[in-house]
Design a protein around this ligand. Structure first.
Ligand SMILES: Cc1cc2nc3c(=O)[nH]c(=O)nc-3n(C[C@H](O)[C@H](O)[C@H](O)COP(=O)(O)OP(=O)(O)OC[C@H]3O[C@@H](n4cnc5c(N)ncnc54)[C@H](O)[C@@H]3O)c2cc1C
Length: 343
């Protein structure tokens, strides 16, 4: 059993790697134990503007231009839902901030200068909403489920936890059980903490909780952003979230955060609603808010892609292409993204 690359982890990072490797004709096999996956519970919004501060993310246009077509042109493009975000403005001062922001060269492409004062009468927005264009959401759980099925049919997906001790890295060609491989890429999200080669990287889990609510008659056709995002899922169902917490006791959803999410939703509409589901997950974040990609400084055939934070949808395809180019010796990884900055 020979493959060029063994990927550990099939969240958005692992999924994007499989895409990038396929494009280059590089063979691979994926291992995923599916214990804890951020990508399976993500809201899936893509948006290159920080809507709290009205500024663009690092290399916004380049990342958008690279990553969004990967979802739009994927064979599972029915999981891709482009739609504007309506940012709820909460005061005259925020209306002014919006007007100033729509003039900024790096984000004017995304922020519409016209403030909508009555976009949906079912939503309480006395100061109107600012419209963010070229945004939307990806149903990441469905995308991964469909892609995994396809990889299983091609005998390229193994539903097992990767056993680090079974990896023999003593020779140029690595051995893992019956597999002979040239490279291993770890795409483990917060699971990296158990990795013997990369556990010292500063991946900080940030817990996020979310709700699915059923709200008949709300008739929301765009993503709404106030203190929380509200994403229309169809059939009067909406996803509300998510929360952010660097301190937490365990992986389970809490009553406290559920109550907070309900309060935020109630601020937006007087319509009655039912909570259908409530869940939690961990974002893999990095102190300098940039992802970590690259190879191990000593073990040359071991690679890592992690730290996608709260923008995994945007980062994953962009980073996967960078990592595969480096693996092919075609391009160096920039110092901003290279994991060696923390070594
Ligand atoms: C509540 C919530 C909402 C979010 N909303 C958004 C959003 O709207 N937009 C956005 O862009 N991002 C969002 N994110 C962030 C996004 O989910 C992450 O950035 C992204 O999913 C991280 O992907 P990943 O592949 O690095 O990690 P993960 O998705 O966690 O995947 C890692 C995988 O590795 C596997 N694994 C780990 N160790 C092993 C091992 N030893 N053997 C085998 N398998 C292993 C795990 O089972 C898992 O499947 C959200 C996150 C949360 C928690």
């Amino acid at each position: 059993m020979q493959r060029d690359v063994l990927i550990v982890g099939f969240g958005l990072a692992g999924w994007a790697l499989t895409n990038a490797l396929k494009k280059q004709g590089i063979s691979f096999v994926v291992f995923d134990g599916q214990k804890m996956s951020s990508s399976r519970v993500a809201t899936g919004i893509y948006n290159p503007v920080v809507l709290k501060r009205f500024r663009a993310i690092w290399h916004a246009n380049e990342i958008m231009e690279h990553s969004i077509p990967v979802y739009a042109q994927s064979e599972f493009s029915d999981t891709f839902h482009p739609m504007p975000i309506h940012r709820v403005l909460t005061s005259v001062s925020e209306q002014n901030d919006w007007a100033v922001a729509t003039d900024k060269a790096d984000i004017d492409h995304y922020l519409n200068p016209n403030i909508l004062t009555n976009s949906n009468s079912n939503i309480h927005t006395p100061f109107g909403v600012g419209v963010v264009d070229h945004t939307g959401w990806v149903d990441t759980n469905r995308l991964l489920t469909k892609s995994q099925k396809e990889l299983e049919q091609q005998h390229s997906f193994i539903g097992e936890v990767f056993d680090y001790e079974a990896l023999d890295i003593s020779a140029n060609v690595l051995c893992y059980k019956k597999w002979k491989i040239n490279h291993v890429v770890f795409a483990e999200g917060v699971g990296i903490k158990k990795n013997p080669w990369f556990s010292t990287l500063p991946i900080i889990p940030n817990k996020g909780e979310w709700l699915i609510v059923s709200c008949k008659g709300l008739n929301l056709k765009t993503i709404l952003k106030s203190n929380v995002f509200v994403v229309p899922l169809g059939n009067d169902m909406y996803r509300v979230g998510a929360t952010y917490a660097r301190e937490f006791e365990n992986i389970f959803p809490t009553d406290e955060r559920k109550a907070w999410l309900i309060t935020q939703f109630k601020k937006l509409t007087a319509f009655p609603f039912d909570v259908i589901d409530h869940g939690a997950g961990f974002r893999p974040t990095v102190p300098d808010r940039k992802p970590l990609i690259g190879k191990h400084p000593i073990r040359k055939n071991l690679w890592c892609i992690n730290g996608l934070g709260s923008r995994g949808v945007l980062w994953a395809p962009y980073l996967a292409t960078k990592l595969v180019a480096a693996l092919n010796n075609a391009q160096k990884i920039s110092s901003t993204l290279n994991l060696t900055r923390f070594w």
